[in-house]
Design a protein around this ligand. Structure first.
Ligand code: THU
Length: 133
């Protein structure tokens, strides 16, 4: 999928942000290898730690619909140049592939593209865990 189109979907998802505490809106759109796109936005809680990031919302929607194979995720935020996923979101995305591309920026401006492997060097992938019984 075209990265600018994916970013435009992330921008649109940002409009649904529930962020009364930080007032920082984030939208995400994740493109699956089967052509489907799932969007998500950040959902905050008065108990701050219960907040869900936009990227998490998008991944959880996708996996809940049986989708585990992804090409790229676009992230749109209130930051002027867009912003990259937080550490927890990088780890969650790494679960589904270090080669997933992360796109940020504005759909009509400069965009930045990198991979989860670049954003999360020496990732803990689960390879280290003992074999399952
Ligand atoms: N946030 C995201 O949705 N994704 C990120 O990768 C970074 C942070 C949200 C969480 C919170 O609602 C707000 O941005 C401020 O941290």
């Amino acid at each position: 999928m075209d990265y600018r189109e994916l970013l435009a979907l992330a921008e649109r998802a940002k409009e649904y942000s529930y962020s009364p505490y930080s007032r920082f809106r984030v939208g995400a759109a994740i493109a699956a290898k089967d052509g489907r796109v799932f969007t998500g936005t950040n959902v905050e809680s008065a108990s701050y730690g219960a907040t869900i990031c936009a990227e998490q919302a998008a991944v959880v929607k996708a996996v809940s619909e049986g989708c585990r194979s992804f090409e790229a995720i676009a992230v749109a935020s209130d930051a002027e140049a867009g912003s990259f996923p937080c550490g927890i979101c990088r780890q969650l995305l790494a679960e589904f592939g270090l080669d997933i591309k992360v796109i940020t920026g504005k759909p009509d401006g400069d965009i930045r593209v990198c991979t989860i492997a670049e954003l999360l060097p020496c990732a803990f992938t689960g390879e280290e865990l003992p074999e399952k019984p």
